[in-house]
Design a protein around this ligand. Sequence first.
Ligand code: SAH
Length: 225
Amino acid sequence: MTARLRLHSSHLGLGLTGQRVRDRLIEDLRACGICDGRVLDAIRTVPRHQFVDEALASRAYENNALPIGHGQTISQPYVVARMTEAVLRVQPAKVLEIGTGSGYQAAVLAALGLEVFTVERIGDLLRTARKRFRSLGLHVRSRHDDGRIGWPEHAPFDAILVTAAAPALVSALLEQLAPGGVLVAPVGPPSGQSLLCLHKDAQGEVHQDDLGPVSFVPLLSGLQD
Ligand code: SAH
């Protein structure tokens, strides 16, 4: 699948945000077991340095989470790749993300040609993410809300990604998952979160896989400006 992204020459530059450091990140991800070529292509194409503060741009292609303000983080590229691989397995068309943050995970999904809906509780982060989507020509639908209620008006979704950790699975989200769909979410206390992958079969029965330990910021209630 071709990444649907408007490329400006500045995204292809050399130096600490250029093609060579991006290729090195792709090699790191392969070494960590990411093998879906569509995911690797999307991560190579989406300019991660534009999803962090300019002062951190030189570190954007390291395989690490980075601060984005308000005590939140842009997820580690490996985790973005792992979650994206998990959702692509069901050939989704319509995807919901809870926790827009920087907008990077949503941009990777949109670059894969998926119809993306994303919800963020911090208005300031959402406004910045929307500017990034616009400047990259990416079509992402976003909403300022508490994502624990999902986005019922647009349900069901073929895939749901939760990018903040809750002590237990949020049942409203599982209800908004289409039969045949997949929900990927970090679950558990800060000391011991697991990335769970839940598959809802055609009969509506749910099967669960544990993709391993992760460390996400908490899923919080209520809205912030
Ligand atoms: N997917 C993001 C990761 C951001 S970190 C990225 O690619 O950058 C998780 C985000 O989830 C934070 O921005 C946080 O504000 C948001 N969040 C936490 N609880 C939430 C909730 N109940 N509803 C919506 N967003 C929430």
